[in-house]
Each structure stands twice: as C-alpha cells, then as structure tokens.
Design a protein around this ligand. Structure first.
Ligand code: TLP
Length: 338
C-alpha cells in the first residue's frame, strides 16, 4: 500500500541529494575530532543559530538530555512545561541520567510565561532543590506545533536570566517556527543559552540533532555525549545528509505549513474539531471520539495518523507529502466520518 504517512515529520526518507552526499562524504573518526564533515556541520549549525559551537548527536532526545546533564547537577530543579517533549516523551531520562527534579508548569500552547515561572520560584533554602534551568520548546509539539514568538521568548529569557536561571531551547522544529514567524532562526535562538536543533524532523535528514551553545558548555556536553554512548565514529556519512537538509529544506517548510492549514480547514468543514494554534506550523491536532479507533479506520484507507491522547489525533506534514497526498487524507477522513 502507498501510505500517506502523517504520523510525524520523522518519517521522511533521505532525498536523492542527501543519498549522494552521504555516499561521497569525507569522513574520519569523530571521537578524535577528525571527521571533517561532522566538524563542518557543527560549525554551520552553530553559525546559523548564532552560537559559538555545536555538537552532533544521534537524536533529539540525546541532545536534550546531554544539555540537561551539562546544565545541572544531581537534584537540581528544572522548570519545564508539563506537555514538553523533554518531560513527556523522553522515557524519564532526566531522572535516569542527570538525577534532575522537574518542576512541571502550565501555560497556553506550551509557553511558560514569566508570571507562571515567577509563581513557581522559591527562595534559596536548605529544603529546596537548587533551581538551575528553564526549558522552552519551539515549536511546541503537544500543542499542535504552536510557534512561540520572539517577544514571548525574549520575555521568558530575560526573566530567567534575572533569576539566575539558564535557558535551554528544545528547537527540534525551530526552522518551522522561524518560517511561520518570518524571522531568521538566530533571532529565536538568541533567547536561549543552548539550543537543540533536529535535522531529522521537518528538515528531513535521516538522523541527527545538533546541540549549540557557548564553547565551554559544548566541551562539557561532548564529554557527556561520550558517557551516554553517543560518540559516533565516521559520522560524516550522517552529517553530510544534515548539511544537504539545511540547504534544501527550509524553503520547503512554507509548503508543509500550507498543507497543514489546508487540512485544518477541510477537517473543520467536515465538522471535526481541528485545534488551531495562534501561529500554526506543520501539525494538526484533531479532536475525535476514540483516537485509536479513528487511527485504525484511517489506516484501512491508506492514511497513517498518531493517536496522541485518547480523543486526539495528530497529523504532521513533511517534505515527502504532496498536495495530492493531503487531498487523499482529507477524502479518507470524509469517508471515515461518514
Ligand atoms: N518527537 C517525536 C516523538 O518523540 C513524539 C515526534 O514524532 O514528534 N523534541 C521535540 C520537540 C520532538 O518533537 C522530538 C521528537 C524530540 C525532541 C526527540 O527527537 P528524537 O526522536 O530524535 O529523539
């Protein structure tokens, strides 16, 4: 069956140019720092994000967790939205590896406002964990790919700084946010000390995330990456695809966002409740009766969607989907609804 796969933007296959670049990549042993393609990618991502240095990791999860390890010591408190990936979808890793304490906060569309953070702060006291880090996520996955604006990020960053807290940005889909807001990625990344950018989500590379930040922080992170088993050897083969993704894909994201908007309006016309964030990107959340039943029904019609809550489906557009695929998905919803 020719699937229309809307489960995630992680499902994309490498483009022909990525395959070529992978085959031809100059490589070396990256644990010795000798892979020229990895070094090039790390420097390139750091430059694009306006940071001093970068570090290639196998996944977004390892990138976030390496950042947490490098920012904190055991027991330290991290302020994070309760619907954030680093808490919700990372298998308890922050407790497992860093021994961190998460303080789970609320906030619209996954955004922690300074007022919400202020309310969660406690004075330094023997009874309290040491407060160290705030984690932002832009775009925000469980809020349907909501993009947070520069103003929102600036406000939280400034307040966190005032409180002596560092800020890590899970920017797995930061390019989607930047494209939706019409700003360069660096103007969002500047409101965080460290940023994790995924090459294998909207950007469409097969594997890899880059953690970027100050040089001394990245040196510490490099050590934690090794400890977690993330020191890869001839990883230039993967970095080569990432470099092509950075060149090829950002300009395609507008189309992904348009196709998501097309689905939102078509599903609303069918009488389904599609949740619309203030600044939408490449995701659509749809409220349905039973998400698992709907997902199974859509599957019989060649459409794959994720059940992300008992009554909620997630549909994600990406570079491997065409306008025609989206029309087929809408037709499948129509048949399933009927
Ligand atoms: N998200 C995946 C699943 O894990 C839910 C998806 O399909 O959306 N940060 C954010 C905001 C993410 O959405 C993801 C992946 C990650 C980090 C982790 O990346 P990987 O999967 O490379 O570990």
């Amino acid at each position: 069956m020719q699937w229309v796969d809307l489960r995630s933007d992680t499902v994309t296959k490498p483009s022909p140019a990525m395959r070529r670049a992978m085959a031809e990549a100059k490589v070396g042993d990256d644990v010795y720092g000798e892979d020229p393609t990895v070094n090039h990618l790390e420097a390139k991502v750091a430059e694009v994000l306006g940071k001093e240095a970068g570090l290639l990791l196998p996944s977004g999860t390892m990138s976030n967790q390496t950042a947490i390890l490098a920012h904190t010591e055991r027991g330290d408190e991290i302020f994070i939205h309760r619907d954030s990936h680093a808490y919700y979808y990372e298998a308890g890793a922050a407790a497992m590896w860093a021994g961190a304490t998460f303080n789970l906060l609320e906030g619209e569309e996954g955004y922690i406002s300074p007022a919400i953070l202020a309310n969660a702060l406690r004075p330094a006291n023997l009874h309290h964990p040491r407060s160290r880090l705030v984690i932002m996520e832009n775009t925000h996955n469980r809020s349907g790919g909501a993009a947070h604006t520069e103003e929102q990020m600036a406000a939280l960053f400034a307040f966190s700084r005032e409180q002596g807290l560092s800020v890590h940005l899970d920017g797995a889909r930061l390019f989607n946010a930047a494209v939706a807001l019409g700003v360069p990625v660096a103007s969002l990344a500047r409101y965080a000390d460290t940023v994790s950018l995924c090459l294998s989500k909207g950007l469409g590379a097969p594997v890899g995330s880059v953690l970027a930040g100050p040089g001394d922080f990245i040196a510490t992170a490099r050590r934690y990456r090794k400890a977690l088993g993330g020191g890869m050897r001839q990883a230039g083969i993967l970095a080569a695809a990432g470099l092509v993704a950075l060149q090829e894909t950002p300009q395609l994201l507008v189309g992904d966002h348009q196709r998501a908007a097309r689905m939102t309006s078509a599903l609303s016309e069918l009488g389904l409740r599609a949740i619309q964030p203030r600044v939408p990107t490449n995701m659509v959340l749809v409220e349905v009766g039973s998400a698992s039943r709907w997902a199974a029904e859509l599957r019989t019609r060649g459409v794959l969607a994720s059940a992300v809550a008992p009554n909620r489906l997630r549909l994600v557009t990406h570079r491997d989907l065409s306008d025609q695929d989206i029309e087929e998905a809408i037709a499948a919803f129509k048949a399933a609804a009927g």
